[in-house]
Design a protein around this ligand. Sequence first.
Ligand code: ZN
Ligand code: ZN
Length: 324
Amino acid sequence: MSLKSQLSKINFWLGRTPQVLKVPDFRKFIPSPFKTIVLFSADFELAWAPRYDKQNDRPLEYALRLAKQERKNIPEILELCDKYGIPITWATVGHLFLDQCDKHPEMPQVPKYQGRYWDFSGTDWYEYDPASDLKHAPEWYAPDLLKLILDSETPHEIGCHTFSHIDCRDEVCPEELLQAELNACQSVASDWQLSLKSFVHPGHTIGHLNSLKNAGFTSFRTDYRNLLGYPKNHGGGLWELQQTAEIQYRQGWSSEYHAKRYIEIIKRAISSNTVCVFWFHPSFDPRVTREILPEVLDFLDNHRQEIWITTHGRYCDFLNQNQN
Ligand SMILES: [Zn+2]
Ligand SMILES: [Zn+2]
């Protein structure tokens, strides 16, 4: 086991991570009779996210491989959600709503930039967009999976993860670019009778919060640290949901340890009356769906009288109704 995985185990049992920040008037954030809120969000992106991954020599191949894994995982994740009655907020790349396209000359070009996870040095942001359709390029289009999510028994939420997985930081993303991405997402979503309220910045590249407010979004998610605390109010109806943990398969930990750890986090949230914000990449190692999530979701289902398990949108509606 790597030193990092081992240290993380020690810090976890010492209670150093996630950090617990409790307030006395927690009822503003957690309605009675619940003791905690548990939220799950998924960054639904197929090949759009990792195509410029800088850790990888062949990022496009890597992106296509992850997209295939994500396509296999999502139906299994949805089955688990239905079995245990757990809703997820699917932060969806807008392009995935399309069943075909002919590239996007109407969209502003993304300027070159360097980022934490991706560098873009090309001249055509859509160079890998296959200009094809769901049948021939299922790594870039996903109306079939969206339909599967929306047809589920469980009331999931469809959120927004930009149209083409851009870096949203103020310093690299012109405001017109984010505006155009948001407009494109809202326009494809409205064809599905959906209105998008929950936003997740790709790679947590936080920026342009005013544009989010103006477009009617009520939340975004951050990863500055692992926290059991409360959402931060940014005004204008917009809330920052601070992550508690990413659900993933970490090399060096057994499936059993993963499940035990996530359940322990929920127990800490219950005993400290704080809010638990889980998120994941649905392209994760399939052992997460087969060996870890069933344990965690079963625990939640058995404690639902003390846990409000909901989506980002429904939770922020509650916050906006109760804060004034
Ligand atoms: Zn396209
Ligand atoms: Zn992403």
